[in-house]
Structures are given as C-alpha cells and as structure tokens.
Design a protein around this ligand. Structure first.
Ligand code: ADP
Ligand code: MG
Length: 219
C-alpha cells in the first residue's frame, strides 16, 4: 500500500466544463504544489479531497490516504488537515482553549492541558495558553492555527493559499515553519497557491493549472 496522499484521476467539473484534473501521488514528507490564478478551481479541488464539495460541482476520481480509499468517507473521518489563509482562531477562547479544540476527544483534563502546553512549547509559544488570540502577531496566530490542526493528528495536510495574508518577512518564516513541521511528521502536503515564491519554497513538484477559462467540454 502506497503511503501518502493519492489523487487518482481526479476531475472536477462545473456546468459541464473541466475545472481541474489531477492524477498524482504525494509521498509522506513531500509537497505537491498546484499553481493557478484565482478562480481556477484550487479551493474546489481541496473541497473534493476533504469531502465538502459544493453541489454546483461534479467530480470523479478517487482520493486515497495511505492506500485506503476515503472518497466516500465522511469529512471528519478522513483525517485530512487543512489550513486556509484566514485561519481564524476562536476570538472568545484563549490560545490554549483554541488548541484544545484541535485535540481528539478523550483523556483527562490534566492530560489535555499537558498536550496543549507541550504543543505550545514545541512552537516557541511557551506560556501562551492563557493569552487572548487578539494579542498575538500574525505569525504567531498562523503558528497556533497550524498547531491546532496538527493536534488533530491528520494523515495529510492541505494548504489553501495559507500564507497569502502574511507580510513578506513573516511569510517566509511561517512557510518554512509549516513545511518543517509537515516534514517532521512525515505528512504528505498538497499546497494550492497563486504565488510563485510559495511554490519555490515548497521545493517539491509544481503543477500549473490552466486559467479559469473553460478548456474542456464534457461529453
Ligand atoms: P480558486 O480557489 O482557484 O480561486 P475556486 O475553486 O474557489 O477557485 O472556484 C472555482 C470556480 O468555481 C470559480 O469560477 C468560482 O466562482 C466557482 N465557485 C466557487 N465556489 C462555488 C460554489 N460554492 N458554488 C458555485 N460556484 C462556485
Ligand atoms: Mg481559493
């Protein structure tokens, strides 16, 4: 069984036109980048992979995680983590409570608090558990969002223009942070972006999606 994330002849259509077509395997620890302009179907492809495709689309092809077909699996049971550009932390919860939200259910209160504290330490935010998310910098928020996602122990990571709201300095920093973590956890990563710097920083295979113009009419 091939470890990693496999997209087997995945085709997403809208109004009879092919929006995106991908046939690719992403091995653990590797990054595949899909580059395409706004409207080219990047987020839509990711929604198919997470099992949340909007009714306006039709899709076919299989999604496999570590060799297991999850195409028909309920979204929350797929163990696929996704980060968006505006990965909002819950404003009414502390940083620690935001992280606890990512934890799988179970364990005592103390065990959960311990996991959260460890995760914070791991990302250089030791002692931040009681902080209001509003008091964090953009880069710190991005790190907390990543850690919350990793605490859910995903088997694959999807990045939907996850870095595009960060300023140039922070962007490179958060980006390498995310890629380092994903590599350390041996996760396959699928990143979609319109930014060539993101693609280069990923250091993996890059596929360019066609423009948003319909280029194929289904039979
Ligand atoms: P990207 O992420 O590359 O910017 P999207 O996947 O968001 O592109 O959108 C692809 C196309 O599908 C666009 O033309 C967009 O307007 C359309 N679209 C996106 N979401 C929906 C939806 N929920 N229902 C109908 N059309 C949508
Ligand atoms: Mg998008």
């Amino acid at each position: 069984m091939a470890k990693g994330l496999t997209l087997k002849n995945v085709v997403v259509r809208k109004d009879g036109h092919t929006l995106v077509a991908v046939d690719h395997h992403i091995a653990p620890g590797q990054v595949l980048t899909l580059m395409g302009p706004s409207g080219s179907g990047k987020s839509t492809l990711l929604s198919y992979i997470t099992g949340t495709l909007a009714p306006a689309f039709r899709a076919e092809g299989r999604v496999l995680l570590d060799g297991a077909d999850v195409t028909e699996t309920a979204p929350h049971k797929r163990h696929i983590g996704i980060l968006f550009q505006d990965d909002l932390l819950f404003p009414h919860l502390s940083v620690g409570a935001n992280l606890a939200f990512g934890l799988a259910p179970g364990g005592s209160r103390a065990e959960r608090a311990e996991k959260v504290a460890e995760a914070l330490m791991d990302v250089g935010l030791d002692g931040y558990a009681d902080r209001d998310p509003a008091t964090l910098s953009g880069g710190q928020k991005a790190r907390v969002a990543l850690v919350r996602m990793l605490l859910s122990e995903p088997s694959a990571l999807l990045l939907d223009e996850a870095f595009s709201r960060l300023d140039a300095g922070r962007r490179a920093q958060v980006r390498s942070f995310v890629f380092d973590r994903a590599k350390a956890k041996n996760l396959p990563v699928l990143m979609v972006t319109h930014d060539a710097d993101d693609a280069e920083a990923a250091g993996g295979h890059v596929i360019s999606l066609a423009s948003a113009t319909p280029h194929d009419v289904a039979p």
